[in-house]
Design a protein around this ligand. Structure first.
Ligand code: NAP
Length: 535
């Protein structure tokens, strides 16, 4: 089998693995004749890791021994099972592989990523908990939820066991819990969350064994001072961070979810100069790596409130802490627009999805519709088709908005399009089974059987922070900026999708750079002060 870790990644990984503290013992279980290709992949991956560090070891498990550890899926990987109860059920490909590498680093350090408060809380966990995180190879958010679960297993090994189950080999779990979206987290047999959870919510679920109740988290009282706080770690925020730090501004990036924004879930990007064709997630990982060399990036940290103080500085209150900054760069992006039809909310995660990259795998060999006619809908329809999903595009007009190149690919691949058609209702019992469509030209409604409904009908601004500051907005709710990315409030800048416009990666990074340079210039010579006041 060809090497599974690319040569350049091996070089980086070898360096990273020098940081391993404790030895890592991968116990791999494979069963003869079952999932052979994926079993071979798993063995090759672990062997290559072994070749990169003397601290990594491979051991093969017999079926009898595997059963003792509660493992029957082939292939499976246990990590340091003498100490922890952590297993990967299924071949760790793509993003699952990233989850495995993160797990390896956490296990070796004997310390998770949980905050001191959460670690302290975990010490009070009195009951045993079995956590299952369902993941897919293409879900960019999954490693984040995996790191939360694994952290709990590392910090409370006598109480918490974790199984990271790939949806590829664990269809029984997918069916049992009726899941069509990842990551999905099951604790003691109860589905507690779909999507990445904030750390506090995950720890709550560990205590109750049920979905977390919404509660206000008291942020720490200590105030951290920074020159610049950037909100959002998509292309705009990451670029702003690089430019701000390089200009000498002490910068922190706060991101409520995962790195990469919308691009991280874009299957393929073909119009970012320098890359003919690159998965969105890979591009964002590269940007993030570069940004992390300069600035602090805090994930799962949500801005709850922001106030401009009399001295012109901003007090930013998050679920984790408080920051006092001299400038704010808002790169909060945009989120999926909803169709607003009956059934859309009810079947979310049960056949309705806004992320083909994350959830497409569930529908391999099944029938779905993709609603929309823009670049997103066509890119994602092409992706679904490429992984073996039977997809039909449903568009409300007789012309697509998507760029010509994408349209050509769509037609070349023979993906059917229902023109002049809208979704009126999404129907089913537990899961989506059909949609009621309306042919606008013929003015008639009809039902169509479908296993899934993917929706890509544009975006809406994520603008709670901008609104709290009272910034001037466009009619559609985007933040108004001038050519230097300045907003209506001195010291506040905005970049990327939150400013509206054509929403391209290349424009977002450009605006991020401009915003950071403007912040630097204004902090050195504030344009809003009279010349006598300038420092
Ligand atoms: P978009 O360009 O705004 O397109 C939204 C599509 O959904 C349009 O075709 C629109 O129909 C349709 N639509 C809107 N509301 C609808 C409703 N209620 N019911 C049915 N259909 C509805 O959104 P997008 O495709 O998500 O793209 C957003 C931005 O990201 C764009 O600027 C796009 O260029 C960019 N993007 C770029 C790439 C790329 O360059 N490769 C990839 C993804 C996204 P009408 O056409 O009739 O208005």
């Amino acid at each position: 089998m060809a090497e599974v870790i690319p040569p350049d990644a091996k070089v980086l990984l070898k360096e990273e693995l020098k940081k391993l503290r404790d030895d890592i013992f991968f116990w791999v279980f494979t069963e003869k004749g079952v999932n052979q290709d994926r079993a071979r992949f798993t063995i090759s991956l672990i062997k290559e890791l072994v070749s990169l560090s003397p601290k990594i070891h491979l051991k093969r498990l017999t079926p009898q021994k595997a059963k003792v550890y509660g493992v029957t899926v082939s292939p499976s990987v246990l990590i340091n099972p003498d100490r922890y109860r952590i297993a990967f059920l299924g071949a760790p490909t793509g993003e699952e592989g990233r989850g495995l590498l993160i797990t390896m680093l956490l296990v070796s350090q004997g310390r998770g990523i949980l905050s001191d408060e959460s670690s302290e809380r975990l010490k009070g966990l009195k009951e045993d908990r079995e956590v299952v995180v369902l993941v897919s190879p293409t879900c960019p958010y999954c490693p984040q939820q995996v790191s939360l679960a694994v952290s709990a297993a590392v910090e409370a090994p006598e109480r918490v066991s974790v199984k990271v189950a790939s949806i590829v080999e664990n269809r029984d779990l997918v069916d049992r819990y009726g899941i069509t979206s990842v990551p999905s987290t099951v604790i003691d047999g109860n589905l507690v969350a779909t999507g990445v959870q904030p750390e506090e919510a995950f720890v709550d679920s560990l205590f109750t064994g049920s979905p977390p109740k919404v509660k206000v988290v008291e942020p720490t009282k200590e105030v951290v001072e920074r020159d610049v706080v950037i909100v959002g770690a998509g292309p705009a925020g990451l670029t702003a961070a690089i430019y701000a730090e390089r200009a000498g501004l002490d910068t922190v990036v706060l991101e409520k979810g995962a790195i990469g924004g919308q691009v991280a879930i874009t299957p393929v990007v073909e119009n970012y100069p320098g890359f003919t064709r690159i998965p969105g997630k890979t591009l964002m990982d590269m940007m993030a790596q570069q940004a992390m060399q300069y600035a602090e990036i805090h994930l799962s940290e949500e801005v709850l409130d922001v106030k401009r103080r009399r001295d012109g500085r901003f007090l930013v209150i998050t679920n984790r802490g408080r920051y006092l900054s001299r400038a704010l760069i808002l790169c909060t992006g945009a989120t999926h627009r909803r169709l607003g039809v009956p059934g859309e909310e009810r079947f979310l995660g049960r056949g309705v999805s806004y992320c083909a990259t994350c959830d497409g795998y569930f529908f391999k060999g099944k029938k779905v519709i993709m609603v929309g006619g823009g670049n997103s809908a066509v890119t994602e329809a092409l992706y679904l088709d490429s992984i073996g999903v039977e997809v039909t595009l449903v568009h409300r007009r007789d012309k697509l908005r998507a760029e010509k190149k994408l349209q050509e690919s769509l037609f070349q691949r023979g993906i059917p399009v229902l023109w002049n058609t809208v979704v009126e209702e999404i129907k089913g019992e537990e899961m989506v089974t059909e949609v009621r469509l309306r042919d606008l030209k013929e003015n008639r409604s009809y039902t169509m059987k479908t296993d899934g409904v993917f929706i890509a009908v544009g975006y809406e601004p994520v603008n709670t922070v901008g609104k709290k500051l009272g910034l001037e907005l466009t009619e559609d709710g985007y933040i108004k900026v001038d050519s230097a990315q300045r907003t209506s409030l001195p010291g506040v800048y905005a970049a990327g999708d939150i400013t509206g416009g054509i929403k391209q990666i290349v424009t977002a990074v450009g605006q991020g750079a401009v915003a950071a340079v403007s912040a630097f210039e204004d902090l050195t010579t504030p344009y809003w002060k009279s010349s006598s006041e300038k420092s």
